[in-house]
Design a protein around this ligand. Structure first.
Ligand SMILES: Cc1ncc(C[n+]2csc(CCOP(=O)(O)OP(=O)(O)O)c2C)c(N)n1
Length: 363
C-alpha cells in the first residue's frame, strides 16, 4: 500500500534501473514488454509530428516527449474502454495506449475528411468516444467540472466505472479546478484527478505557480488523498494509479495524484523556451529519460529485447505512422459546406438561406 502525502515522490525504479525497494511485480513479461513498446510508440509519434507541423500539414501540436512514463503508466493503471477519460491536449501517450487508433489521431491533427469532427476542433483537441475519451477543452481547467459531473453520474447510475481526469500543474491555479475537485469530493464521486506536473505552464515555473509544497498536498483542502509520484517511473505511476482506482471503485470517493515529470520539448509549436529555461536544465532532464530508465530495469530483469528487435519496432511504428498519414491526407479535406452539418436535425430557415447564398456565390 502506498501512503498519501509523502514528502518524497513514490518511486519503484531508480535511475540505474534497479528496484528502490522490494516489491512484487504483478505484471507478466509480455505486459512489461508491451509497456516498453507503448512508450516507444508515443515517443516515435511525438518526434514525427514536428516535421509534419513544419510542413504545414497541421497548425498546432503539443509535444509529450519526456512524459511517457506518466502517460503510459496512467493508461496501465485504469480499465481501458470501461472507465471514462477527460484528458488534456498533451496526453499523446495516454490516448494511444488507451486504444485510440493512430490514424484517428492523425486525421484529427490534419482536419481531414477522416477526422470525426471534420476539422471543426482545434488540432490536437482529439476525442474518441469508442475509447471513452471526451473532447479536449482548450480553456485550461475547464474540463475539471465536467469530469466531476461524469463521476457524479457514474455514482448515481451505480456503475463500477470511474472517471479519470488529467491536467498540467498550471490547471491547478484555475478557479475551475478548485470548483471541480470540490464538487467531486463533496459528492464522494468516483473521480481520479491526475496532475502531470511537467514543471512549466508555458513560461511559468511551478515554483511561481503555487506556494504549496507540491500539488498533491492540495488534496488536504478537499479531504481526499493526494499521492506524490515520480512521473519518470512508469511502474510507480501505474501502481499508484491502480491502487487509487481500486480505492475509488470501492466507493471511497475521489483521489488526487501528482506525477512529477518534465516537458523536454517546447510548450507548443509557437513557443521559444530559451526565454525562460536554460539548456543545462533541459539536458539534465533529458538525461533522466523515462524510456531509458525503464529499459535499464528490463535489462536488469534480463528481459530487455535485443537492440535489433527494438530498432525493428521503431521502424514498424514509423511505417504505421506514414501509412496513417498518407491515408488521412488522401481522404481529402472538408469544404465550407460541413459548417451546416451535424448541429441541427432540421436546418433552421436562416441557416438554410445562408448555405444557399454561399453556394450561389460559389465559395
Ligand atoms: C483559461 C486559460 N488561460 C490561459 C490559457 C493559455 N494557456 C494555454 S496552455 C497554458 C499553460 C498550461 O500549463 P499546464 O496546465 O501546466 O499544462 P502544460 O501545457 O504545461 O502541459 C496556458 C496558460 C488557456 N488556454 N486557457
Amino acid at each position: 500500500m502506498f501512503e498519501a502525502f509523502t514528502n518524497q515522490p513514490i518511486r519503484l525504479i531508480g535511475e540505474d534501473g534497479s528496484r528502490t525497494q522490494p516489491f512484487e511485480l504483478d505484471l507478466s513479461v509480455d505486459e512489461l514488454l508491451q509497456i516498453h513498446r507503448d512508450m516507444i510508440r508515443a515517443r516515435v509519434c511525438d518526434e514525427r509530428l514536428i516535421p509534419i507541423l513544419r510542413q504545414g500539414k497541421t497548425s498546432f501540436y503539443a509535444q509529450s516527449t519526456g512524459m511517457e512514463a506518466t502517460q503510459i503508466g496512467i493508461a496501465w493503471g485504469v480499465k481501458k474502454k470501461h472507465d471514462w477519460f477527460w484528458p488534456y491536449y498533451r496526453d499523446n501517450g495516454l490516448l494511444l495506449t488507451l486504444g485510440m487508433p493512430m490514424g484517428r489521431w492523425i486525421a484529427q491533427l490534419l482536419g481531414s475528411n477522416e477526422d470525426v469532427c471534420k476539422g471543426r476542433q482545434m488540432p490536437q483537441h482529439f476525442s474518441d468516444p469508442e475509447n471513452h475519451i471526451a473532447s479536449i477543452c482548450s480553456a485550461i481547467g475547464s474540463h475539471i467540472a465536467p469530469a466531476a459531473g461524469t463521476a457524479i453520474a457514474q455514482k448515481y447510475l451505480g456503475t463500477d466505472e470511474i472517471t479519470v481526469c488529467t491536467f498540467g500543474e498550471g490547471a491547478t491555479s484555475e478557479g475551475d479546478w478548485h470548483a471541480g475537485v470540490n464538487m467531486a469530493s463533496a459528492n464522494k464521486a468516483p473521480c481520479l484527478f491526475i496532475c502531470e506536473n511537467n514543471q512549466y505552464a508555458i513560461s511559468l515555473n511551478v515554483k511561481d505557480q503555487t506556494n504549496s509544497k507540491n500539488i498533491a498536498v492540495k488534496g488536504h483542502a478537499y479531504g481526499i488523498p493526494g499521492f506524490y509520484v515520480d512521473g519518470q517511473d512508469v511502474l510507480a505511476v501505474r501502481a499508484v494509479v491502480k491502487q487509487a482506482a481500486e480505492y475509488i471503485r470501492a466507493g471511497n470517493g475521489s483521489v488526487l495524484i501528482e506525477c512529477l515529470t518534465y516537458r523536454i520539448g517546447t510548450h507548443s509549436s509557437s513557443d521559444d523556451d530559451s526565454r525562460y529555461r536554460s539548456k543545462d536544465e533541459v539536458e539534465s532532464w533529458r538525461a533522466q529519460d523515462p524510456l531509458v530508465r525503464f529499459e535499464r530495469f528490463l535489462e536488469k530483469e534480463g528481459i530487455l529485447p535485443a537492440r535489433e528487435e527494438i530498432e525493428a519496432y521503431y521502424g514498424s511504428v514509423l511505417a504505421e505512422f506514414e501509412e496513417a498519414l498518407q491515408k488521412s491526407d488522401a481522404s481529402g479535406y472538408p469544404t465550407w459546406e460541413i459548417l451546416f452539418d451535424d448541429v441541427y436535425s432540421d436546418l433552421p430557415d436562416h441557416l438554410a438561406q445562408q448555405a444557399l447564398y454561399l453556394r450561389e456565390e460559389n465559395l
